[in-house]
Design a protein around this ligand. Sequence first.
Ligand SMILES: *[C@@H]1O[C@H](CO)[C@@H](O)[C@H](O)[C@H]1NC(C)=O
Ligand SMILES: *[C@@H]1O[C@H](CO)[C@@H](O)[C@H](O)[C@H]1NC(C)=O
Ligand SMILES: *[C@@H]1O[C@H](CO)[C@@H](O)[C@H](O)[C@H]1NC(C)=O
Ligand SMILES: *[C@@H]1O[C@H](CO)[C@@H](O)[C@H](O)[C@H]1NC(C)=O
Ligand SMILES: *[C@@H]1O[C@H](CO)[C@@H](O)[C@H](O)[C@H]1NC(C)=O
Ligand SMILES: [Ca+2]
Ligand SMILES: [Ca+2]
Ligand SMILES: [Ca+2]
Length: 367
Amino acid sequence: MGKSSSVIIIYTTLALLYVLLASLFSPKNPYHRHRPHRRLILRPNSSTTGGRHHPPIPFDPVISDIEIRREDKQWEREHFSIPHHDGQGEAEPEWEDFMNAEDYINDDERFNVTNRIALLFPKIDASPSDGFVSSDELVEWNLQQATKETMHRTQRDMELHDKNNDGFVSFHEYEGPTWDRHSDDKTFSGNDVGWWKEDHFNASDVDGNGLLNLTEFNDFLHPADSNNPKLIQWLCKEEIRERDKDKDGKLSFEEYFHGLFDAIQDYDEIYNHSDSSMEEASAKKLFTQLDRDNDGFLSDDELKAVIGILHPSERYYAKQQADYVVSQADSDKDGRLSLSEMIEHPYVFYSAIFSDEEDDDYHDEFR
Ligand SMILES: *[C@@H]1O[C@H](CO)[C@@H](O)[C@H](O)[C@H]1NC(C)=O
Ligand SMILES: *[C@@H]1O[C@H](CO)[C@@H](O)[C@H](O)[C@H]1NC(C)=O
Ligand SMILES: *[C@@H]1O[C@H](CO)[C@@H](O)[C@H](O)[C@H]1NC(C)=O
Ligand SMILES: *[C@@H]1O[C@H](CO)[C@@H](O)[C@H](O)[C@H]1NC(C)=O
Ligand SMILES: *[C@@H]1O[C@H](CO)[C@@H](O)[C@H](O)[C@H]1NC(C)=O
Ligand SMILES: [Ca+2]
Ligand SMILES: [Ca+2]
Ligand SMILES: [Ca+2]
């Protein structure tokens, strides 16, 4: 046997070994696919970035609490950065602790997702408690979690604005929410002080005492989730004001076609967009449907029919997310989730990343 042939044998052996090892450790290996080692991540720092993406609703209150505490910490830094009696022995956790929180939730022994799901299941399976989690039950659960977070943020916001600490926010105390102050895309014409802001405030003030309590202030910040009819009316007026070029307080077909129709046409429930050459005809059709008094204009009252599309409610997102997780975890396709179906797909719940928009990697929050 020549020297060259033994070299070839060694190389061949190495190559085979390499192929074997590569196939063992490749992520496509079926053994690895069964137990994907995905890392749970906390949602980005601040979910209140006001972007077009609705933040996913947390499934597990433990994770939500961690995220909220982290957010509070950041909030304090931004708004109360004045020396915070350091070294006074206050057992406040440091920012860095929340970096470790991610290690905590990824530590199978301390945060066991199987056990978490088993613990949460009976709480979600509430109406009726029949051993299955329905999509409706998930919607209620999501909504509960989202509402809890929203109220917490509102409370925080209230602390910031309620300067005299009486538990109410007056219009004078209110300077305008941050999404308003920093927003560039909403161009407010003219220099008028913004009567619509006071309108917004007044519409939120259910009992008309000139002050907003926590409930009223929360509605003020989240009008689409309010069941205060004055606020819904205000939202509709707002939608008109932003598009009302000739300022007659209503939308002509032109104003609607170039401002409003674009915003609602993608919603299949309302409008079936099949052919773009038919766009104007379809826009006319919808306009005619919306213009109930047939005066050739859309009024704020007439906009109520589509306000839920322009401003989706929290319930809308709760349902989207519920439908998504059921579609992912319902192995036997009976339209509801058993405990074992949920335990088999823990990451569907713990990612629960949902985006309103087309986004290829939106389920890919776990790396
Ligand atoms: C959170 O935001 C702060 C500043 O806004 C940044 O310094 C920090 O790195 C962020 N933390 C995480 C975990 O993204
Ligand atoms: C998580 O809990 C389940 C049920 O108690 C147990 O079978 C499993 O081994 C635990 N996982 C880890 C990584 O501890
Ligand atoms: C809001 O209500 C107050 C009375 O509480 C009233 O003085 C003010 O004019 C109202 N503002 C608008 C824009 O309607
Ligand atoms: C705020 O006021 C409204 C209207 O009077 C009332 O329905 C609501 O319960 C109050 N909320 C709180 C937290 O006091
Ligand atoms: C929407 O369009 C599709 C195909 O163009 C058609 O089959 C369907 O019937 C339409 N739905 C409605 C509600 O018009
Ligand atoms: Ca009030
Ligand atoms: Ca009309
Ligand atoms: Ca099922």
